[in-house]
Design a protein around this ligand. Structure first.
Ligand SMILES: *Cc1c(COP(=O)(O)O)cnc(C)c1O
Length: 782
């Protein structure tokens, strides 16, 4: 399209949708208008793309979370329209960056699991696979985080308050979800296009919104009961109102159960309707046409629900079970026992009455098989879906699907040998590994155009955008002086950009010549943000003791949301904010180190943080982080990892070399061996300087505004230290001190970063997606 034509469209759109001249609109409105103009271009291709996959086997990614972030730049880049739109807007006198920033993040997820779903959709469309996403159109995404006096305060995220150009309501495909005979709601689909790179394939993310079947009670209204007249609508809409902000810890909530049933039932009905519409007379071929991936157990109700729906269509139980098992696969995302979904039976029955009998049937079938397999009855608790008045969603998901996968090599190994060993003994071929990945389109091409350009120059083509293994070919180029210098200059440029952004948004000044050491991820005790804070507090004490020593400048950056009910996590945020206060205000120290906790970390903030990092903090207790994907985003952008042998860190150092990263701490075997025998007091005594830091929680150094938060943190460390913060501290400090010393020779240091970048190919979600497609879904490209 010519830029004149695009200009006409944008101007025309503004009159149509806002009844005003484009130039009179505010940035948010301008964004909507430009988004609509992009959609005009995209929709015909979207329809074509859907047609090409008709009557072919397709894969469906069921997930309670899709952490999409913004779509404008991503869509423009993938459609190849970026230059044209930017040029046109510039000619019209419009600032593209301001318009881009005006888009609300689609924050429909908590963290890694939801972001993974988003990366997979991008890879699926780019690789030309028929992959659709199914989820919930939450009216409120993950909460916005504010800091007040250093405490986290949550605010609602009404991201749909303004028109969203990317969502198309498809009322024709409305489904009815039946919790019980008297309790039904409508599921109305909103479709979002997922544009593959190159724009050839455009897949669909279908998000369901809950509505009442009888939206308005005229009888009640006539009698003057106005509130009563819309009660049903309010109650129904509650189902898709909010995303539950809890990452990795399971909480029994009736509404959450209803959300899970709501979107799985609607999605399966959708598949069955399309299947019938394509002319199938029975369900014999259903599993040949569908592969359904359950992203954790959140959509596990799809198992009994598909059986129920098939029985309603006259399929008998055994056959329905077989179809279900052949159609579905399950991804496990956690090793934390407290995060495995186990629902109380009575709660489950009251929330989703329709489904329970089918779970009983599945459980009865399992008991029959346990007998056949001669499993001793004393071991049945390792398998039973229903036991002790509870329902075990993971057991059901392993039993009634055809593949179960972990998300990193070490994680899958721990599943097989520990967490679900009993199942592995019976189904030795069922548990597979699919190491997670990230899309290089968003996490490099879009967020770091400078480094992208350099890579393209070095490779001599843009092939890496769809084939990240191409990076390996430039690994040795750091030896060329000008290549390494360009790499260092780019890193510096990204650090300046981030420093400007942080100065504006957080009102903290950080020096782009300092080491940018970044930990960004959900706030969780097992991720050990507290250990990094202790390192900083100890470093502060050391600097105070010898301010004139040859210290390397460092900026420590945190970003994390704590689940609103997670008291310890909120205490850690408060502590880090107090620490930042103390460090940043001390003139003897603040020209050497700075600490900043950025507010409201999310996808869009992440896109600014990853490219600017020198050091990637991946310091979870070994055996706790299933994979991590933040670690991969840092690596791809040329940061070195300071980390434990946990999750995908293991594979990162396998690819990039242990000598190019900073590995420390206990390994899984040591953690297992020490568990139960560990005395945190001993660790405290033997580690010089640590006692002062830990005592500072309670000796008046830091102020928790009399909440008792810091005393509680202290007590839990001293008495239990579940995550071995004190035990691993010494070895973490050693690794950190090595980084500070290595940075004194910047070329040597950045060589490691370059080598990490060049070896990040394995961690493209394109690789992960190919593995799912070929080994689990058995779907073909279009
Ligand atoms: C990648 C990403 C995550 C996951 O980070 P981990 O370090 O793997 O836990 C969480 N939130 C956002 C916004 C991300 O982009």
């Amino acid at each position: 399209m010519t830029s004149l034509k695009l200009k006409e469209r944008i101007e025309g759109q503004a009159y149509e949708s806002h009844g005003q001249s484009f130039y009179e609109l505010n940035e948010k409105e301008q964004f909507i208008v430009v988004g609509n103009a992009v959609m005009e271009q995209l929709v015909p291709r979207w329809i074509e793309s859907k047609n090409k996959f008709k009557k072919k086997k397709q894969a469906y990614y069921l997930s309670a979370e899709f952490l999409m972030g913004r779509a404008l730049s991503n869509n423009l880049v993938n459609l190849g329209m970026e230059d044209e739109v930017k040029r046109t807007l510039a000619e019209m006198g419009v600032d593209y960056n301001a318009l881009e920033e005006a888009e609300d993040d689609a924050g429909l997820g908590n963290g890694g699991l939801g972001r993974l779903a988003a990366c997979f959709l991008d890879s699926g469309a780019t690789l030309d696979y028929p992959l659709s996403g199914y989820g919930i159109l939450y009216q409120y995404g993950i909460f916005k985080q504010n800091f007040v006096n250093g405490f986290q305060v949550e605010e609602a995220d009404p991201w749909l308050e303004h028109d969203n150009p990317w969502l198309i309501k498809n009322s024709n495909d409305t489904r009815v979800v039946e919790f019980s005979e008297e309790d039904k709601v409508e599921a109305v689909p909103y479709d979002m296009p997922i544009v593959g790179y190159g724009g050839e394939t455009i897949n669909t993310l279908r998000l369901w919104k809950a509505e009442a079947i009888n939206k308005f009670d005229f009888n009640a209204f006539d009698e003057g009961k106005y509130i009563e007249s819309v009660r049903a609508q309010n109650e129904a809409e509650t189902i898709s109102r909010i995303l539950y902000p809890n990452d990795s810890t399971y909480e029994g909530k009736r509404l959450r159960l209803r959300q899970q049933y709501f979107f799985t039932s609607a999605s399966l009905q959708d598949l069955m309707e399309k299947y019938k519409a394509e002319g199938h007379k029975n369900y014999d071929d259903f599993s040949k046409m569908h592969s359904i991936q359950l992203n954790d157990t959140h959509p596990a109700m799809a198992i009994p629900e598909l059986i129920r729906l098939l029985e309603n269509e006259g399929v008998e139980f055994e056959k329905a079970f077989d179809i279900t098992q052949k159609s579905m696969a399950y991804t496990n995302h956690t090793l934390l026992a407290e995060a495995l979904e186990v629902w109380e039976k009575d709660l489950f029955i009251s929330a989703v009455p329709n489904l329970y009998p089918y779970i009983e049937q599945i459980n009865a079938r399992l008991i029959g098989e346990l007998k056949e397999w001669n499993v001793d009855e004393s071991d049945w608790h390792k398998y039973l879906i229903i036991q002790n008045n509870s329902i075990h969603m993971a057991f059901m998901s392993i039993y009634a699907t055809s593949a179960v996968n972990g998300v990193a090599a070490i994680h899958t190994e721990l599943l097989k040998t520990d967490v679900i060993k009993a199942w592995h003994d019976i189904f030795p071929d069922r548990i597979l590994n699919k190491t997670n990945g990230i899309t290089q389109r968003r996490w490099l091409l879009q967020s770091n155009p400078q480094l992208s350009e350099m890579i393209t120059d070095l490779i001599g083509s843009k092939d890496w955008i769809t084939d990240l293994m191409k990076l390996k070919g430039i690994e040795g180029r750091f030896e060329e002086e000008e290549v390494l210098e360009r790499f260092i200059d780019i890193k510096k440029e990204k650090k300046v950009e981030l420093a400007d952004y942080i100065r504006f948004h957080e009102e903290v000044d950080i020096d782009p010549d300092s080491i940018f050491d970044i930990q960004i991820k959900r706030l969780h005790e097992y991720k050990r943000q507290l250990m990094m804070a202790f390192y900083i507090a100890d470093l502060y004490n050391r600097i105070k003791a010898d301010p004139d020593a040859d210290w390397t400048k460092r900026s420590f950056i945190f970003g994390a949301k704590a689940a609103p009910g997670y008291y310890a996590a909120k205490s850690i945020i408060k502590f880090i904010n107090e620490l930042a206060n103390r460090v940043n205000k001390d003139p003897e120290v603040n020209n050497i180190i700075k600490v900043v906790f950025v507010e409201n970390y999310g996808v869009s903030y992440a896109e600014k943080l990853f490219p600017a990092a020198d050091v990637s903090e991946q310091i979870s207790l070994a055996g706790k982080e299933a994979s991590g994907t933040g670690n991969m985003k840092f690596m791809l952008n040329g940061a070195v990892t300071v980390g434990t042998m946990d999750g995908a860190n293991v594979e990162i150092v396998e690819e990039a070399g242990r000598e190019n990263n900073y590995i420390f701490g206990m390994e899984v075997e040591e953690v297992v061996e020490k568990r139960g025998k560990y005395d945190p007091q001993k660790a405290l005594k033997k580690t010089e300087g640590l006692k002062d830091v830990v005592e500072s929680l309670v000796d008046g150094t830091f102020n928790d505004n009399n909440t008792g938060m810091f005393q509680d943190l202290y007590d839990s460390l001293i008495h239990e230290d579940q995550y071995f913060v004190l035990e691993d501290f010494a070895s973490y400090r050693e690794a950190q001190d090595q980084i500070e010393s290595d940075f004194k020779d910047p070329k040597m240091f950045y060589r490691k970063g370059f080598i990490n970048m060049a070896n990040a190919g394995k961690f493209s979600s394109d690789r992960t997606l190919e593995e799912y497609a070929k080994e689990i879904w058995l779907v073909n490209k279009g």
